[in-house]
Design a protein around this ligand. Structure first.
Ligand code: SF4
Ligand code: SF4
Ligand code: FES
Length: 639
């Protein structure tokens, strides 16, 4: 690679890459990000390559390996350009047809197109799919057009133009001012104004300063940062270099959690390529600005995502939080001013510098500009990674983009902000999603996890789940968090088992308050949010568990019994075969019944019965079984 020594050289290279692209041949883009790889996209990629070879098309067709497109549950996916045809759930066996029909004849393979399960409508392009139609995707859209291992792909699409603009047309103060005017708030969860944080680090005493990317997302079900880092690592790196220039840092770190090997590989490769081009290292683009970046791999602990814990880890110590009497922006890594931002925050920087603060402020709401990326998971029809303007309502997110609740069930709550966020009930479905509105109802934006829950979710059990997760992940350094979580977990587990007492509610509230006020780090101070919102919005469910020893959602195993309704049983014996403990009795032509003392409540029979003959009971008496052999089955259809 020839070093680029000036913004003019960068422009020259960009023009050359673009003109090459114009005359370019058909391109087949295959997603090789973690989600699609898990579904077999590498085999699809190999099959496509082999087919092109077999048909003698290697020279005329490009194959591009790209990052995540968001709708991972429909993977492996590929798209064919310039016609922009998108195929989902592709198998290696489809390669021959894709090449023969679509590549050679320009025909579409109908069965590989997306079919809307609600309307049956077939979509050829991304913007015809409801999941994408309601999104605004400045951060994620390029994932499809870029091979994350190719810096040239990024440059051809305008990459590093913002860096050149910042270095040659703006002073560091101008850059900070632009970020402040854009009102970019930290995408890691806190929503603190990014420009002010940068300014604090810039003004902090000392000439050795650091900028850091936090790619340690560990919330259950969250994969936003991973997808961005895997799919478009240069956008994060460019943002970091611009941040280094604005803040006056000579060195940056990219902290990547251990569980994200592909993200670490792609950012490491991006750093090497940027260095070779002279976009990183000494005298960047001939501007005189020197900046280097190192990748630091995490060791797999959730708490390491907390800023001081992460900085401890970078120093080579255990990734545990430390007291922050002085902000890390002033006294961070090795006691030096250190500015830590989330992956998405950094990736927004080049867009703001290039398009201006006004452009950014036009997206989103007055108080929260720009877009938000969520991993929409749980009981929605369309799960995946979505990018939406701040201010979109929860209802639009869940129903228009998410396609509504699975199996036509009723919405109960949505958990935003990961384990430290809160449950938001149905009454707030029209809530505009932004930092302040979510805080107002007791939840938070967090790093962007969004878990949808339906009528079958027990909200006491859901609170227990998140508390148990945090108990497992607490570093145990401070007593309020360590002991508070332990007691909360014990109480919640007791309640879910029908052993709770009414005074438990008071104890839970006291502990939650103490943890919020006295814990050392954000894990402890926010840990009780799910419990508090569960209590606030679903108090009736708590009372039913405590007073009637009943789980209204019939989700708490200890409070549920399975029962076979004799009128509905068709004696098909399916449940009997599935039962692991031999608890189901009955034979040919005889209604079945469950011996309750042998039942371990695994639910296998409930899942297996095709006649809805098995019901769950909670807090009500179980009718006695029919006397063995005396009750012949009554077949459907009157037999
Ligand atoms: S309960 Fe359901 S699965 Fe079991 S025998 Fe009756 S009809 Fe078949
Ligand atoms: S819940 Fe599990 S153990 Fe109980 S009867 Fe059904 S299959 Fe058997
Ligand atoms: S990983 Fe392929 S679409 Fe998300």
């Amino acid at each position: 690679m020839k070093r680029i020594d000036s913004p003019e050289d960068l422009e020259k290279l960009r023009r050359k890459l673009r003109s090459k692209k114009k005359t370019d041949k058909t391109t087949i883009s295959v997603c090789v990000s973690t989600g699609c790889v898990a579904l077999g996209s590498i085999k699809v990629l190999e099959a496509i390559k082999a087919e092109l070879e077999r048909q003698g098309l290697v020279e005329t067709v490009n194959v591009k390996e790209t990052g995540c497109l968001g709708f991972c549950e429909q993977g492996p996916r590929l798209s064919i350009h310039p016609k922009e045809i998108c195929y989902f759930k592709v198998k290696p066996e489809d390669a021959q047809e894709i090449v023969s029909k679509t590549v050679i004849k320009g025909e579409v393979v109908e069965r590989l197109l997306y079919k809307d399960p609600a309307t049956g409508k077939v979509a050829r392009r991304l913007d015809e799919i409801p999941f994408y139609r309601h999104q605004v995707r400045p951060l994620l859209a390029n994932n499809e057009r870029i091979d994350p291992k190719s810096i040239n792909d990024y440059i051809a699409l305008g990459g590093y133009e913002a860096l050149a603009k910042a270095l040659f047309k703006m002073t560091p103060e101008d850059v900070i001012e632009e970020i402040k005017r854009a009102n970019l708030r930290g995408r890691g969860g806190g929503g603190f104004p990014t420009g002010i944080k940068w300014e604090t680090t810039r003004k902090a005493p000392g000439h050795l300063k650091y900028v850091i990317v936090n790619c340690d997302e560990g919330d259950p079900g969250a994969f936003m940062d991973r997808s961005l880092m895997e799919g478009n690592p240069h956008s994060v790196l460019e943002g970091l270099i611009i941040g280094g220039y604005a803040i006056g840092a000579g060195e940056g770190f990219v902290y990547v959690r251990e569980e994200y090997p592909l993200a670490a590989e792609n950012i490491t490769n991006a750093i090497r390529q940027a260095e070779e081009y002279g976009l990183l290292g000494e005298n960047i683009l001939g501007s005189g600005f020197n900046f280097k970046v190192r990748v630091h791999r995490g060791a797999g602990a959730f708490v390491s995502g907390e800023s001081s814990a992460l900085m401890n880890a970078i120093e080579g110590c255990i990734g545990e939080p430390r007291p922050k009497y002085v902000h890390t922006a002033v006294k961070g890594v090795w006691g030096r001013p250190s500015c830590l931002n989330n992956v998405k925050t950094w990736a927004n920087i080049p867009l703001i510098i290039l398009n201006g603060a006004e452009w950014f402020r036009k997206i989103g709401t007055e108080g929260s500009s720009g877009t938000a990326i969520f991993s929409l998971v749980g009981k929605v029809n369309n799960t995946g990674l979505v990018e939406v303007p701040m201010g979109i309502t929860l209802r639009d997110l869940i129903y228009k983009i998410g396609g509504g609740i699975k199996d036509g069930k009723k919405f109960k709550a949505v958990q935003t902000g990961g384990p430290s966020g809160g449950f938001i009930p149905e009454q707030y479905l029209n809530l505009p999603v932004d930092f302040d509105e979510l805080n107002r109802v007791g939840s938070m934006m967090g790093s962007g996890g969004m878990v949808v829950m339906d009528e079958d979710t027990c909200m006491v059990d859901a609170a227990r789940f998140f508390i148990d997760f945090l108990l497992e992940e607490s570093c145990g350094k401070c007593i309020p968090c360590r002991e508070g979580l332990r007691v909360l977990s014990r109480i919640l587990n007791d309640i879910c088992e029908g052993k709770g007492v009414e005074e438990d509610v008071m104890i839970v509230e006291e502990i939650a308050e103490t943890m919020r006020d006295a814990s050392l780090c954000a894990l402890g101070t926010t840990a009780a949010n799910p419990v508090l919102t569960s209590l606030k919005y679903f108090r009736d469910e708590w009372d039913q568990h405590l007073k009637a020893k009943r789980c209204p959602a019939k989700a708490c195993k200890a409070l549920v019994n399975y029962y076979i309704e004799p009128e509905k049983c068709q004696a098909c014996q399916l449940c009997r075969r599935e039962c692991p403990t031999g608890a189901i009795l009955g034979g040919v032509e005889q209604v079945h019944w469950i011996e309750q003392d042998k039942c371990v409540k695994c639910g296998s029979c409930y899942e297996a019965c095709r006649f809805n003959a098995i019901v769950k009971l909670s807090g009500e008496p179980i009718p006695p079984p029919p006397p063995e052999g005396t009750k012949p089955v009554r077949r459907r259809g009157g037999r």
